[in-house]
Design a protein. Sequence first.
Length: 305
Amino acid sequence: MVVTDAVLVATGTHARRRARLRGAVARSGIDALLVTDLINIRYLTGFTGSNAALLIVASDAEDNTADGTSAAEGTQFCTDGRYTTQSAQEVPDLPRLIERPCDLALLRRAPEGLIGFEARAVSVADHMSMLTAANDGPRDIELVPMLDLVEGLRAIKDAGEIDALQRACAVADRALEDLIEAGGIRPGRTERQVGLDLDQRMRELGASDPSFETIVAAGANSAIPHHRPTDAVLAPGDFVKLDFGATVDGYHSDMTRTFVLGSPADWQREIYLLVEQAQVAGRSACVPGATGHEIAAAARSSIDE
């Protein structure tokens, strides 16, 4: 396997994130954390497959794993045989266990003590299986539900994350610009045609996928917040609403734009300017300490008035 400079940079970033998490695990009073949320696993390792688990041992319990295979940082990664090659490329800096189910395989290798699990990512059925695995043998293990240990770290974006978000925004921006310049938003096209066109342009510009199902809503459909594109035909005088985004390196952008096909009527100008006024009021209310409710109220107040 060839390890590129980009992989080396990424593994350093992931190792620093895991180091911060090990400290958070220790401060939370548990001995290890079983990570099963795939988004969190990608954040901590770079792995992009569909099945994996990660066992993070607290900073002060790194040498206590059952089989002595913990890395110096006290982390074990598990995936299944479909990802043997991929995981070697994406996670070259961690010991890899190829087995399934991944969560149960790591639990059987966990240190004794309190083992946290991601309560938001574990079903009732999965929890029952985990309890069985934890009690399979002479070891003394207690499972502890944990909330948002990894998410608390993810809330503060590092330089790599900010770069990915900026590129995701840029891809969506450019795709829309190209769509407009090509005349892709015009009477006679259907909502579905416009959406597929926009999605393809984002992929050609580097997005792995749209952030979500692209919304194209024309005419009366533009009043439906989460309208799904249909074969409705765009007509002169329609409002056309686009709600879309691009996914780049796992990070998603999201933007909404509304157009009028042709010259807007007076009532359309009035509504458009009112929404713009509400947006300005909401953005002005975005200050440290403000709640989402307060910001929403500021935006809605101009409409209410």
